[in-house]
Structures are given as C-alpha cells and as structure tokens.
Ligand binder design. Structure first.
Ligand SMILES: C[S@@+](CC[C@H](N)C(=O)[O-])C[C@H]1O[C@@H](n2cnc3c(N)ncnc32)[C@H](O)[C@@H]1O
Length: 245
C-alpha cells in the first residue's frame, strides 16, 4: 500500500509538471486532468476510510445523506467524497456500513454523477443492503423527462428560467445559444471543469422505478419536495422518488 501511495505521489508530481508545461494536445490535457481528479478522490477515499475506522464519533447511522456536498443535513450521517461530510469515502466503492443499519437514506443530484451501469447499480444495491425492512430511500435527480418534453415543445419561458437558474452564475451563458445547448448541459453538465463533475446518466421515473424494484425495493412513488430535507435550490427541475425497502 505504501509503495502504491508513493507511486501515486510521483505520478501526481509528473502530471502537474506536464499539465503546467502545456506542451501537449487539448485531448491529452483533458485526459490528464481527469486522472489528476481521480487521484485526488482516491486519496480522499483512503484517508476518509482510515479516519472513519479510527473514530466514528458515536454518530448514529439511523438517517443517512449521501452526496450532500455543501448541504449537510443535521441529525444525519453525511457521506461524501469531499468535506464537510462526517464520513468521507468514494461511494463507487460501496458504503462502509453494516447491513440493515438505517431507516432513511436521502440523496439529491448525486446519482447522475455515477457511471451507469456499474456504479449506479452498485450504489442502489448498497442502499437496499443497509436499509432496514420498511426503511425509506429518497432520490432526487435532474428531471430528464421534463427537459426533453420542454425541448420538444420549444417552451421558451422554461428555457429562460432554466438557463438562468442552472447556469447563470457559471460563466456558461456564452455557450448556451440554442435549446439543444440547454438540453446538453442539463443532461451532461460540464465534462471538463475543476469543480463540477459531469452527469454520466439521465434518469426519468420509469428508470428509477426499474432500478429500485430490481434491487429489492417493494414500492416506489414520486416524492413531494420538502425543504426540511431537500436543498431549496433543487426545487426547480428535480424529479424526486421515495422507495420502501
Ligand atoms: C452536484 S453535487 C450535489 C450536492 C447536494 N446534494 C445538492 O443537491 O446541492 C454532487 C455531490 O455528490 C458527491 N459525489 C459525486 N461522486 C461521488 C462519489 N463517487 N462518492 C461520494 N460522493 C460523490 C460530490 O462530491 C458532490 O458533493
């Protein structure tokens, strides 16, 4: 393990040097920045799992939020790959908690950031594993059906609201010139950004329902936005479902 860490440190140093030199093609630059990001996530994961193993701070696992980012929930165990989560780990590796340890799992704008099918199916089966009988899982994702429906109808009021709400503060306005640009950013997001990670899969109700039933959930319904749990800025354009284990 120590050797692997040393090798990664060396690789990171080399990557930094190459990236700074700018002496390569645009395509290779994108790939190198991607590797750098994955090394950063890997190091967070290893350090986070070690810290969690040493000190769980008596935190309850009854209610869990995954992928909450800068919107941690009080009274929940918040799990994410970046601070300020209570447990920092890469959820593509699974959830480092025992079977049937919780009654409620909440996540919004997280699932679409995982690759499909490998990590998406894995995390849904992990949710199923750690929930008690009758436990609830709430998932919120960008509502792909809504976006596509608005696109087909060329709904200009929705277009203007969505562009400003989602991308107004992200210096993307010059690149959103037609409706299909909104659809692309909405469903994929930026694929080469230092902060934002891309969306790797689009979801509608039918798809979530199918994934959840396959993983052993007994019932799936739409969930009404409730600001006691959900991030207020997610109210617009999010599809939420609630599934019962
Ligand atoms: C778009 S943000 C959403 C944050 C918050 N839920 C909200 O709605 O404002 C996606 C979150 O998922 C987390 N995330 C993405 N991939 C992850 C992974 N593999 N493991 C753990 N967390 C991950 C990111 O770090 C980020 O905090």
């Amino acid at each position: 393990m120590k050797n692997a860490t040393n090798d990664l440190d060396n690789l990171e140093e080399t990557l930094d040097k190459i990236i700074k030199s700018k002496n390569f093609t645009y395509g290779l630059g994108r790939a190198l920045r991607h590797i750098k990001k994955e090394i950063f996530l890997y190091k967070n994961h290893v350090a986070g799992i070690k810290k969690w193993g040493m000190n769980k701070n008596g935190l309850s696992t009854e209610k869990i939020q995954v992928g909450g980012g800068d919107h941690p929930l009080n009274g929940f165990l918040n799990i994410d790959i970046v601070p300020p989560a209570n447990l920092i780990c890469d959820l593509r590796e699974g959830i480092p908690l025992p079977d049937k340890c919780c009654s409620l799992i909440f996540n919004e704008h997280f699932l679409e950031h995982l690759d499909y099918p490998t990590s998406a199916e894995k995390i849904i089966s992990e949710f199923s594993r750690i929930l008690k009988y009758n436990g609830k899982l709430i998932i919120g994702v960008p509502d792909a059906e809504l976006l596509i429906e608005k696109y087909f109808r060329r709904d200009n009021k929705f277009y203007k609201t969505a562009v400003n709400h989602w991308f107004g503060k992200r210096n993307l306005l010059p690149y959103i010139k037609t409706y299909i640009d909104l659809l692309n950013y909405g469903l994929r997001d930026q694929d080469d950004d230092k902060v934002y990670t891309p969306h790797l899969w689009a979801y509608d109700y039918e798809k979530l329902n199918s994934l959840l039933i396959f993983a052993g959930f007994r019932k799936v319904n739409k969930w009404n936005f409730d600001k006691k749990l959900a991030n207020p800025r997610r109210k617009f354009g999010t599809l939420y479902v609630i599934a019962t284990r």
